[in-house]
Write a protein that binds this ligand. Structure first.
Ligand code: ZN
Length: 287
């Protein structure tokens, strides 16, 4: 058995060549590995110019196959899991279809609410048909604290549901800011934040009170990075020493070659490595 395993490992390294050796080397130092995907927008409806709603299922299946092979500790989808239907019933049916595929992951899965997740549905309906908690959430793996934010609130504090909002009016309400501050205080190690709408400076796609959120993240001195979706493109900027990375949307473009998802390694020295698949770019984010 040992011999066989050694042989298999060797052949894998040989096939992968030098980059395979590098990956194996830094894997040893990874505190935790996380799978990421965003903006699938699944819907059983015809495509627009760039959004191929039905193809999201096959793209999800490919990402799941890779993740079940790579075995991250957990997987996070960063919102807009489904797209709008013309009735609540239809949209729940699409959500159940997606969930039946997503449930094939062999590790825990987490959900960030996107504006499209709760465009027609309520947050409770989204949660009732998935493993989502239906709002913000904290969990820990490998000594890293992960915080999921929920910016699907109007500026008056009303939660999104039943088309009661303008998608540009995304906000983190005061009660969630207090929760965030207290979780940041409690965290004993590094912190990674997930949000659907952007917390960096892209105006149109930003959380309206992003500056208040950023100031809490900065004050804690513990946050390594923020991962976000929503604007459907690879993007990156660093603000006050925190990495803000926007991931590519899976719904964009026809064909499996237009898929895009990520394996994120959090390394012991606080640096991060994004191994991007398909349209998701690779990034090395230093400490
Ligand atoms: Zn989207």
């Amino acid at each position: 058995m040992l011999h066989r395993r050694a042989f298999l490992q060797n052949s894998t390294l040989c096939l992968a060549g030098f980059s395979g050796l590098q990956a194996a080397d830094s894997e040893a130092k990874a505190l935790v590995k996380v799978g990421l995907m965003t903006d699938l927008h699944y819907a059983d409806k015809p495509p627009t110019k760039t959004r191929f709603y039905r193809e999201a299922l096959a793209k999800l299946d490919e990402a799941i196959e890779v993740m079940n092979r790579e075995k991250p500790a957990l997987v996070v989808e960063l919102g807009d899991f489904i797209d709008q239907a013309d009735s609540v019933e239809k949209e729940i049916e699409w959500l159940q279809t997606m969930e039946s595929h997503f449930a094939k992951l062999s590790m825990p899965r987490h959900y960030v609410l996107g504006n499209h997740c709760v465009g027609t549905l309520t947050k409770q309906e989204f949660a009732a048909n998935t493993k989502a908690c239906g709002g913000h959430e904290v969990f820990e793996a490998g000594g890293v604290t992960f915080l999921i934010l929920d910016a699907c609130f109007r500026s008056d504090g009303t939660p999104y549901a039943r088309k009661n909002f303008d998608w540009k009016d995304a906000n983190i309400p005061a009660s969630q800011l207090s929760w965030l501050e207290s979780e940041l205080n409690k965290a004993s190690g590094p912190v990674i934040v997930f949000a659907h709408q952007r917390l960096d400076a892209d105006k149109a796609h930003a959380v309206q009170n992003a500056a208040a959120v950023r100031s809490l993240l900065e004050k804690s001195g513990k946050v390594l990075a923020v991962f976000q979706g929503h604007s459907h493109k690879n993007d990156y900027q660093q603000i006050a020493g925190i990495h803000y990375t926007t991931l590519v949307a899976m719904v964009e473009g026809s064909g499996i070659e237009n898929n895009g998802y990520t394996m994120l390694d959090v390394l012991a020295d606080g640096s991060l490595r994004l191994n991007g698949f398909r349209k998701q770019v690779n990034r090395t984010l230093g400490r």
